[in-house]
Design a protein around this ligand. Structure first.
Ligand code: UDX
Length: 441
């Protein structure tokens, strides 16, 4: 079948390439001419493992193409996905739906056959109703249905997540919508991925509820980690101990510097706004958002404290000292810097008069303008040279096996603050480091 994907960002491009790989005929559409030109040359706008190869194979096979022309791109498509951005609106935290509605209008004006319009962007409850209203108002003579089909893929593991999802959620008010979506996902039914048909509003809420729940799980274990430090317990044992209860589950219980990224911060805020609009407070999520925000700067102070402890306390003791930040992106295997804890950590260090050098395998080009006070370096050891403390912020594999003797030769002081718990405290201390980590007293 023919599928049009409007919006060639993270979700749109990955979904488009995967649908093409299933054998569908896919056109990815984007207003950004330079992005489309780059895609024509095989250059990806984002870093995602395996994406360039997947796009290349499917373009070659004639199943995947790119255009800036929406009217032409949607011609003959039975399913038209809206996968444009829904950033936090400046000022109030509501999801900004300008792009979604603009696409709906354009689709309404150029629809040339019966089609299902699918919102894949994360959109607040009720957005599907509005998209439907816009299409009705366009006066199109063609049969259409508006369906919600949220995407749950993780950056860095996007292709695997898309092709082997835990579930597919389809919110549709009509049989026409369900019928077309069954066809879209037919290859996955064969994989036995469970499919959940719901109402449109339920599907819209599922996406926010899932992200808010995961953000809550992370924030919960982060607070347990703080408590572990105080009471002399080990958060990794606590995670294992509670996570092996099937009702809790072991995933998303890694304590760290706080969640970041393109989804959790923005989606939890948007959920709070929806809850506020409907006067149905979600107080747990309110607490999660506040706790996570505070945590990021607290992590910067943790590094300052490690310095102060070594150099004899007092704020002046750390002034002019140098910290090497290893990892800047919000998680490994991405170049995404959105809401990365590294930004607040670098800011806190800078505020304390600490000089910061950093290395990240993929994120430095995007990070540099966001953290002008930080010196970017070519490799971890260059960042470490002359450093008074080293802080691991993102758990990239390259940081998991640092050459300790080289590190000690290059650094001014052997202070290692591991905000991702990637090292064994005993090993690092045996190597002569003053080591602190998260929730391991
Ligand atoms: C998330 C959801 O997982 C995905 O389903 C949704 O579609 C988009 O948002 P993503 O933002 O790509 O995906 O990353 P994810 O792997 O979920 O991590 C989000 C943040 O939580 C990162 O900053 C990560 O470091 C942090 N995290 C995750 C933890 O601190 N501890 C954990 O145990 C898991």
């Amino acid at each position: 079948m023919k599928i049009a994907m409007v919006g060639s960002g993270y979700v749109g491009l990955v979904s488009g390439a995967c649908f093409a790989d299933f054998g569908h005929d896919v056109v990815c559409i984007d207003k950004d001419q330079s992005k489309i030109d780059a895609l024509h040359q095989g250059i990806m706008p984002i870093y995602e493992p395996g994406l360039a190869e997947l796009v290349g194979t499917n373009v070659k096979a004639g199943r995947l193409s790119f255009t800036t022309d929406l009217a032409k791109g949607i011609e003959g498509a039975q399913a038209i996905f809206i996968a444009v951005g829904t950033p936090s609106r400046r000022g109030d935290g509501h999801a900004d739906l300008t792009f979604v509605y603009a696409v709906a209008e354009e689709v309404g004006a150029s629809l040339s056959n019966d089609a299902v319009i699918v919102t894949k962007s994360t959109v607040p409850v009720g957005t599907g109703d509005e998209v439907e209203r816009i299409l009705e108002a366009s006066g199109t003579a063609h049969k259409f249905a508006v369906v919600s089909n949220p995407e749950f893929l993780r950056e860095g593991a996007a292709i695997g997540d898309f092709k082997r999802p835990d579930r597919i959620v389809i919110g549709s008010e009509s049989e026409f919508g369900r019928e077309v979506m069954r066809e879209v996902y037919r290859p996955l039914f064969l994989n036995e991925s469970p499919i959940l048909f719901t109402s449109r509003r339920s599907a819209e809420l599922i996406k926010y509820a899932a992200n808010a729940f995961l953000a809550t799980k992370i924030t919960f274990i982060n607070e347990m980690a703080d408590l572990c430090e105080k009471v002399g317990a080990n958060v990794q044992d606590v995670s294992r101990g509670i996570g092996s209860d099937n009702r809790i589950g072991p995933k998303f219980l890694h304590a760290g510097p706080g969640y970041g990224g393109s989804c959790f911060p923005k989606d939890t805020l948007a959920l709070l706004k929806t809850a506020e609009d409907y006067e149905s407070p979600v107080r747990i999520v309110e607490a999660v958002v506040k706790t996570n925000e505070t945590r990021k700067r607290a992590m910067g102070r943790k590094v300052v404290d490690a310095l102060a402890k070594h150099y004899g306390g007092g704020p002046d003791a750390v002034r002019g000292k140098k910290v090497a930040l290893l990892g800047l992106t919000f998680k490994p295997n991405t170049d995404d810097m959105r809401d990365s804890p590294a930004i607040a950590i670098a800011q806190t260090l800078h505020d304390a008069g600490v000089v910061v050098a950093a290395y990240d395998p993929e994120g430095m080009d995007i990070a540099a303008p966001l953290m002008p006070e930080v010196t970017m370096t070519d490799d971890p050891y260059q960042a470490i040279e002359g450093a008074d403390a080293i802080a691991i912020v993102t758990e990239w594999d390259v940081f998991r096996a640092l050459d300790f003797s080289r590190v000690k030769d290059l650094a001014n002081a052997p202070i290692l603050v591991d905000l991702r718990n990637i090292y064994d405290p005993e090993d690092v201390r045996a190597a002569g480091f003053e080591y602190s980590s998260i929730g391991r007293a």
